[in-house]
Design a protein around this ligand. Sequence first.
Ligand SMILES: Cc1cc2nc3c(=O)[nH]c(=O)nc-3n(C[C@H](O)[C@H](O)[C@H](O)COP(=O)(O)OP(=O)(O)OC[C@H]3O[C@@H](n4cnc5c(N)ncnc54)[C@H](O)[C@@H]3O)c2cc1C
Length: 305
Amino acid sequence: MSVDTLERYLRSKLRGDVRRHEPMARHTTYRIGGPAELFITCETMTDLIETVRSCDAEGLERITIGKGSNLLVADGGYPGAVIALGDEFKAHRVQGAEIEAGAACILAFVVRDAYSRGLGGMEFAVGIPGTVGGAIAMNAGTGADWIGAVAGSVTVYLPDAGLQRLRADELEWEYRSSGLPAAAVVVETTLRLHEAEQQAIRAMMDAGLERRKRTQPIGMPSAGSVFRNPPGDSAGRLIESAGLKGTRLGGARISEVHANFIVNDGGATAADVLGLVRKAQMTVRDAHGIQLTPEIKLLGTFEEA
Ligand SMILES: Cc1cc2nc3c(=O)[nH]c(=O)nc-3n(C[C@H](O)[C@H](O)[C@H](O)COP(=O)(O)OP(=O)(O)OC[C@H]3O[C@@H](n4cnc5c(N)ncnc54)[C@H](O)[C@@H]3O)c2cc1C
């Protein structure tokens, strides 16, 4: 089946929207990225199952995304299907100290709701953009904690096994990784929180936000930290001490505020950002003998200089 035929087929089957050649710059916090061959919003579980089944059957590469806050999409786009989760995946319920959240819930809403109900445990996530699904896939966190530590279960859709509710302790949570199989789509998670004084939660959240305001280029398009911190060190410190703060390439710049952030100054291309990624890697390797590994996810084909 051609992509045209697949597009028509999915349009006839799904409740959600199916778009062709959708600019990914509309779906990333970098505001960068060429067109996705197909951009499919799955409004229901039936939509999701049909989309995954059809793409896999046709051999069309696919990726599920949240808010694109950890993505660098190539200027030439992504030659596959980008799946976004819609309404049915946005619900969240609170039972006692447990929050059940759909993968498309905005993480910040969950953090705020936990606070308003006097539930502690999510304070570390204040200021992390994106969705619950993206946070689970990435094991989002800070130096204080990560989401895997409060997850009770993660429900995923796997093409071979269907819907599976996995106990969080069955997953291999590591720094910015949940150990989920690449084919898995996170559809829901439960977060095990605890009763706490609202004032204490507020104080921790305020401190987290204050730290971000002080140390991060707030308001500039970025994807957060570009590199993982190497064991026992910080990527920002290594890049800064290699003298790269403020380095520009086209419309992209290594932030003066935090050297592990590459920001889009306006009109940056993915090639500009990747050029700075490679420059930082090379310079840090030469200066410190350390190979920095990107934390951001690269999507599509990049032409390396
Ligand atoms: C200003 C700023 C600050 C940030 N600060 C932090 C921070 O403190 N800590 C931190 O950890 N991160 C931080 N980030 C990075 C980013 O916000 C997190 O990684 C976030 O959890 C990504 O969520 P998302 O919904 O945007 O996912 P996306 O960026 O859309 O996707 C990220 C990855 O998750 C996968 N994914 C997304 N949804 C699903 C799903 N439903 N099922 C399966 N896979 C899925 C994607 O395929 C992709 O591989 C920051 C980013 C910005 C822009």
